[in-house]
Each structure stands twice: as structure tokens, then as C-alpha cells.
Design a protein around this ligand. Structure first.
Ligand code: PLP
Length: 264
């Protein structure tokens, strides 16, 4: 039986981010994608209008259906929204003993909160300890740790604190770090990988294009690549390249932010 990769997160009705971006990424990389929906958003390229959290029993029922039938060794989490959903998903993924990439989704770039008030504490205490890899951008890293993340030094400090919370590896994503002190050009786009044993930078030229859904796409690509047996270093580099190509291929399908294109 072929392995399947699971995404647990929110639906973006505009098709740019969330579960929709994850499944497109899995398909582009040739893995079968499963999905457990934790919240439905009424959303388009202009922003998030409404969030409807799925009741915990229905989240559990989706997981039950999948566990009964599929061989799941890798999963990713995205927008879980409520403390109840975060607790439930963390516990079930721990029981499943699968490896987990956590994308600690907090807010949409175009505006709109994607996490319930107070839920960051649950994320920190219950989900982060389950994470094989966690992929915060600088804003998420700051919300989780309280460290203002601006450059390589502060990113490393925040990542070390997240390792102390129980994650096995941290990638500060999104290319927002100012790396000029390390001799890199101002327009370099850098992701920082930090584990207990090593620190590594993955960098490339900043790509022109829309970036709606790029965080979801990056973490989904990382999950798919790791599920194929790739090393963490290689998967972090390849996921960076996949996200960069998706940004270059973005198209203005609505009146707002152009979603990235995973098929580019
Ligand atoms: N909607 C959902 C369901 C998401 O999971 C995310 C991001 O993780 C977003 C919207 C926001 O996407 P972006 O900030 O890339 O526009």
C-alpha cells in the first residue's frame, strides 16, 4: 500500500491557501493527499470574511475515517483555530506516532485572525512538543516566543526557545530576515533551519510575484518531500525552491493578492 500524506487545517474558499494549497502542493509533488478540515473560512483574495470552526467531534470523525483506511507516516498542521481543535489534533497525532510538520498559522497576510484568542498558549504547550519540524515566519516566531525576530541572531534565539518547547527542528521561513550583517545582499531571501546540533541558512534571490498561500505551500512541500525519505537539509532547500517557483508562477485570479501556483 502506498503511503499518504495528511494535512490538518482550514479551508480557503478562494483556493489560494489552507487545505486547497496543501492538496495542490501534494499533487504537484506526486503524493496522495488526505485532509482533515478544522475550520471553514469565507475568504477570497481580498481577505478573510468569516471563520466557522468545525466541532471537535467532526474533526475526530474525519481522523477516525482516515486512520482506519490509510497508512499515514507524515502529517502537517495549518490553521487549527481553537484551543479544543489544537489539543485534539496534537493528541491524535501523538497517538498515531506519525511525523508532524507544524505550520503555526496565526493571521492571514491580507488581514484577519486565523487563531482563536488565547490559543497560542495551547499551540505552544500541546502542539509544539509533537512537531518534528515547525515552520514559523518571523511574526509567528515572535508571537510564540516574545523575541522580536529581525535578523539571523534574533531568529536563532527565537528558534532555540522553540526547540526548548519541544520541537525537534525549526525553520524560520518567509525570507523576511535582514541578513546584511552576514554579508548577504539586502534582497536575499533566507530561511533559517535550527536543530539542537546545527544551524543552516537556505537562501536565494527574492522572487517577484504574489505570495498568497506561500506559507502553506512551503510547509506542505516540506512535508511531502520528507515523506519521500529526503533528509531534512535537502527537503528544506527543495521546499524553498518549490515555494520560490510557486511565487514566480502566481497569477492574479481575483481582485486582491495573487495566489501562488504550485503547478508552475
Ligand atoms: N486561510 C487559511 C485557511 C490558511 O491556512 C492561511 C495560511 O496559513 C491563510 C488563509 C493565509 O494565507 P496568506 O497569509 O498566505 O494569504
Amino acid at each position: 500500500m502506498e503511503r499518504s500524506v495528511l494535512t490538518v487545517g482550514g479551508s480557503d474558499s478562494g483556493g489560494g491557501a489552507g487545505i486547497q494549497a496543501d492538496l495542490k502542493t501534494f499533487a504537484a509533488l506526486g503524493v496522495h493527499g488526505l485532509s482533515v478540515i478544522t475550520a471553514v473560512t469565507a475568504q477570497n483574495t481580498l481577505g478573510v470574511r468569516e471563520v466557522f470552526p468545525i466541532p471537535a467531534e467532526m474533526i475526530a470523525s474525519q481522523l477516525d475515517a482516515l486512520v482506519e483506511d490509510f497508512d499515514i507516516s507524515w502529517a502537517k498542521t495549518g490553521m487549527l483555530f481553537s484551543p479544543d481543535a489544537i489539543s485534539l489534533v496534537a493528541e491524535r497525532l501523538r497517538e498515531l506516532r506519525c511525523s508532524v510538520v507544524v505550520d503555526p498559522v496565526i493571521a492571514a497576510e491580507a488581514g484577519g485572525s486565523l487563531i482563536a484568542e488565547g490559543a497560542i498558549l495551547t499551540l505552544r504547550d500541546e502542539l509544539i512538543p509533537v512537531a518534528s519540524v515547525i515552520t514559523p515566519n518571523i511574526f509567528e516566531a515572535e508571537a510564540i516566543t516574545g523575541v522580536k525576530v529581525v535578523d539571523l541572531e534574533s531568529a536563532r534565539e527565537a528558534a532555540m526557545r522553540i526547540l526548548d518547547m519541544g520541537a525537534r527542528a525549526v525553520v524560520i521561513t518567509g525570507g523576511h530576515l535582514d541578513c546584511r550583517a552576514a554579508g548577504m545582499p539586502a534582497d536575499e531571501c533566507v530561511d533559517l533551519l535550527v536543530t539542537k546540533d546545527a544551524v543552516a541558512c537556505v537562501s536565494g534571490k527574492r522572487r517577484e510575484g504574489g505570495n498568497h498561500g506561500v506559507g502553506c505551500t512551503y510547509s506542505a512541500a516540506l512535508t511531502a518531500l520528507l515523506s519521500m525519505g529526503m533528509s531534512l537539509d535537502d527537503a528544506v532547500r527543495q521546499a524553498h525552491n518549490f515555494a520560490a517557483r510557486s511565487i514566480e508562477g502566481s497569477r492574479p485570479v481575483g481582485h486582491g493578492a495573487a495566489p501562488v501556483d504550485q503547478t508552475a
